[in-house]
Design a binder for this molecule. Structure first.
Ligand code: ADP
Ligand code: ASP
Ligand code: MG
Length: 415
């Protein structure tokens, strides 16, 4: 007997028929004698609709009330799944974040989990009841409902798995695992059998939305074996060992054959800002980036170009597109202090990244990317690298071409 946490995303619970399909997966595990907790998302499209209602109600809204509204999608699906399971003769009950309790900090809309007590869930599960948990939500300070940021049900699931000491956390979604890149963009993408926590963390942070970044962080810290698989699997889709296809996120040592490059990710959530003719003297970088840091705006890629006579520099950098206007505003207010002539911005840019643990021990990986992109006449606006990734900023219309080119140049295409 094992203790399992199963998480089902929005497409997997999109209507009552699909919820019945989810219930069949749950029944299979219960019949196999396992203790089961299920974490559900809102039906697909529902959270977007709820967010739209909030924005329609007021541009400047109270984030605590935003959370009260958007958390409701998961309340609906948790109740519905419990009802369907009961109708199938399986003992089940729904749990909202506050009932567990899953306690978060004060950052409404994108709250972090402070603590989670698994005792009540364990008690429920060991009495033979399936715990059906509303993902994405918890309880913040002053007993206010809080949500964990978009895609947050993944994080709820891993947090539950850690709190109840589950043997495995299965993330059921609309693809049958983690691929070398988004399979909707590159049909030649390959499913990965295993991905190391560190690589998955990079892939998620660089745009592969199959798992929320924080869920991977939590899985890495608590060593939760996380398996990404499809809720649309049929019983016949099993390998010779009886396992369904999927991707295990695990420790690096469990991966026998490590490729140099594991995957390509891309993020449209970037905006570029350039400051022209900034005086080239000590303290300028601090004057530019200090006020942005104070406003909690994350600066990512930075490029600095010195003028031919060395008197001034152009500084180009990226910020999340959601913070773009705010960043330009802050810089404009500080124009006299910083001393630039103009601030220019562009929202139509994309960051494409190549990720792989094997880069630590292989030279020339970056050079290959630059050559391949040049051959396709794709202009690189900025570059950043770390030990296990290379990112380039390009113009948005070239996204697919760049992703496909890099995917094939690193030998990731399916044969
Ligand atoms: P859910 O609603 O189940 O949480 P998401 O839409 O959040 O599902 O995540 C699944 C989607 O992630 C897939 O449909 C796929 O388009 C996208 N995706 C992006 N990058 C990858 C990748 N490397 N591997 C698999 N899926 C990816
Ligand atoms: N329903 C939430 C969202 O759409 C959380 C999730 O699905 O993970 O972001
Ligand atoms: Mg998701």
């Amino acid at each position: 007997m094992a203790r399992l946490v199963l998480k089902f995303g929005g497409t997997s619970v999109a209507n009552v028929e699909r919820i019945r399909n989810v219930a069949r997966h749950v029944k299979r595990e219960v019949d196999a004698g396992h203790e089961v907790a299920v974490v559900v998302s809102a039906m697909s499209g529902v959270t977007n609709q709820l967010v739209a209602y909030v924005k329609e109600a007021s541009e400047l809204y109270d984030p605590r009330e935003y959370d009260a509204v958007v958390a409701s999608g998961e309340q609906v699906t948790s109740g519905l799944l419990a009802i369907v399971l009961q109708a199938m003769g399986i003992k089940a009950r729904s749990w909202q974040g506050w009932q567990i309790p899953l306690v978060t900090n004060h950052e409404h809309g994108s709250a972090r989990i402070d603590s989670m007590d698994g005792a009540r869930l364990i008690e429920s599960m060991s009495s033979g009841e399936v715990a059906v948990i509303a993902g994405f939500q918890g309880i913040g300070p002053n007993q206010r409902i809080a949500t964990l940021g978009r895609g947050g049900s993944d994080t709820s699931a891993v947090a539950v798995a850690a709190a109840v000491k589950a043997d495995r956390c299965d993330i059921y979604t609309d693809v049958d695992g983690v691929y070398t890149t988004d399979p909707r963009i590159v049909p030649k993408a390959r499913r990965l059998e295993k991905v190391a926590f560190e690589e998955m963390l990079e892939m998620a942070s660089l745009g592969a939305k199959v798992l929320q970044v924080r869920s991977v962080e939590l899985a890495m810290v608590h060593k939760v074996r996380t398996f990404v698989r499809s809720s649309f699997d049929k019983p016949e889709d099993i390998d010779p060992y009886g396992n369904p296809p999927g991707t295990l996120i695990c420790d690096e040592d469990e991966i026998v054959e490590q490729e140099v490059v594991t995957g390509i990710a891309f993020s449209k959530d970037e905006a570029q800002i350039s400051l022209r003719h900034v005086p080239d003297k000590p303290g300028v970088a601090a004057a530019v980036f200090g006020p942005l840091a104070e406003a909690a705006i994350n600066v990512d890629m930075i490029v600095q170009i010195i003028s031919p006579d060395g008197s001034s520099t152009d500084i180009t950098f990226t910020v999340p597109s959601a913070d773009f206007k705010r960043a330009v505003d802050i810089l404009s207010k500080n124009q006299d202090k910083i001393g630039f002539t103009t601030v220019e911005g562009q929202d139509d840019v994309v960051k494409v990244s190549v990720i792989g643990m094997g880069m630590r021990s292989h030279a020339g990986v970056a050079a290959l990317a630059f050559k391949a992109l040049a051959e396709k006449s794709i202009n690189i606006r900025a570059i950043t690298t770390s030990e296990i990734k290379i990112s380039v900023l390009i113009d948005a219309p070239y996204t697919e071409l760049a992703v496909r080119t890099l995917h094939s140049v690193y030998g990731l295409d399916k044969h």
